[in-house]
Write a protein that binds this ligand. Structure first.
Ligand SMILES: [Zn+2]
Ligand SMILES: [Zn+2]
Length: 357
């Protein structure tokens, strides 16, 4: 996702350029990375009391992929099955209409990426011991912001069907002066997002990380010619960063307390989607669509379109029905009613299809 900008340019290529241009800024030795506080994940989901369980004897929520059949499908068979289920879900999704004047697609030419193209690009995905998403808080956070980080991390366990390792905070002093600025017009203090990716995260990337994502409450900008970005991720290096800075002050009002986590969850899952080599969606109103401004990002749904859902389910070997059920449950518990209903409807459609995974 990105904010308004001064010059045209596709931010991923900008990121790669920035990575090269900033090569001489390598200031950090490779610190140990496995410093994490908590593991969150489907297998450690909060216990829930089932309808039949006696009071005080909670039953554990089953892992998100518990509907898997014993004989796991190979990649091609899984792709064929997912392609079938995608067709059934299409009626629930809105095709992306003509972009408005200030929308992302009016300023960026995007190639899109079909499910088949995704598979053919040999995407980054969990393999071997690379099976965790690391969330790295960067800087100091208020109590409410800490809660939002935790909530976002929990959401991601269901969205990507992977366990999350929540790391200990890195201080903001990790970012040198040369990678900071004050916005020339707006006077916001900002941090250079590609610097975080290339010189904070990449040298610390844990061996077992599918993705390593920094989370900050400082404003981010991606380099010369840009105003700001909400987040930035590499399609190939498994690192990314989000900022809560432009998501509204969650302590300001009930409305902002409701909006801030939703915006943060949307942004985190979008950026992490890029880390699974997913490109921007241009087909449907989808969480993987590029965003140019707040109105556009608030309008886009939290849910992925059928094609992007298939990509994630294929990459993480996840049963889409289980995924929808888990997400619906999470949204219901956390006051995201509209999103809960949508996931519920999707699960109801898939219930009728036998998906062997
Ligand atoms: Zn994006
Ligand atoms: Zn999509």
């Amino acid at each position: 996702m990105s904010g308004r900008f001064f010059l045209n340019g596709f931010y991923i290529s900008l990121l790669l350029l920035a990575a090269c241009a900033l090569g001489f800024w390598f200031l950090f030795s490779c610190e140990t990375t496995g410093k994490y506080e908590k593991i969150l994940g489907p297998v450690e989901a909060e216990p829930e009391v089932s309808q039949n369980a006696p009071a005080g004897q909670p039953e554990k929520t089953p892992p998100a992929d518990s509907d898997k059949s014993p004989g796991e499908l190979d990649d091609d068979a899984r792709a064929r099955e997912l392609a079938e289920f995608m067709k059934k879900l299409v009626p629930l999704h809105k095709p992306l209409g003509k972009p408005g004047k200030s929308d992302w697609l009016s300023h960026h030419s995007e190639p899109g990426q079909t499910f088949e193209q995704y598979i053919a690009c040999n995407p980054e995905r969990p393999a071997g011991n690379r099976s965790f998403i690391y969330v790295q808080p960067l800087g100091d956070f208020s109590k409410t912001e800490k809660k939002i980080i935790l909530l976002t991390a929990k959401f991601m366990t269901y969205y990507f069907n992977l366990q999350i390792k929540l790391c200990k905070n890195l201080p903001l002093s990790t970012i040198p002066k040369s990678a900071r600025r004050v916005h020339p017009k707006w006077k916001d203090k900002q941090i250079l997002a590609p610097y975080i990716l290339d010189y904070v995260l990449r040298p610390r990337l844990p061996d077992d990380a599918m993705a390593y994502i920094a989370f900050t409450n400082s404003d981010l900008w991606p380099g010369e010619g840009w105003n700001f970005v909400y987040g930035l991720a590499s399609l190939r290096h498994r690192v990314g960063v989000w900022s809560i800075y432009r998501n509204g002050d969650p302590d300001e009002s009930d409305e902002s307390f409701r909006l801030c986590p939703l915006r943060t969850i949307k942004m985190a899952s979008h950026e992490t989607g890029h880390m699974f080599s997913m490109k921007h969606c241009i087909k449907y109103e989808c969480n993987m669509c590029g965003c140019n401004n707040r109105t556009e990002s608030d309008r886009l749904p939290l849910a992925l379109c059928p094609e992007c859902t298939a990509k994630i389910c294929w990459a993480t070997k996840t049963n889409p029905l289980s995924r929808y059920r888990q997400l619906s449950k999470f949204c219901g518990k956390n006051g995201l009613e509209k999103e809960k209903k949508f996931y519920e409807k999707s699960a109801n459609i898939l219930k009728t299809i036998a998906i062997k995974q």
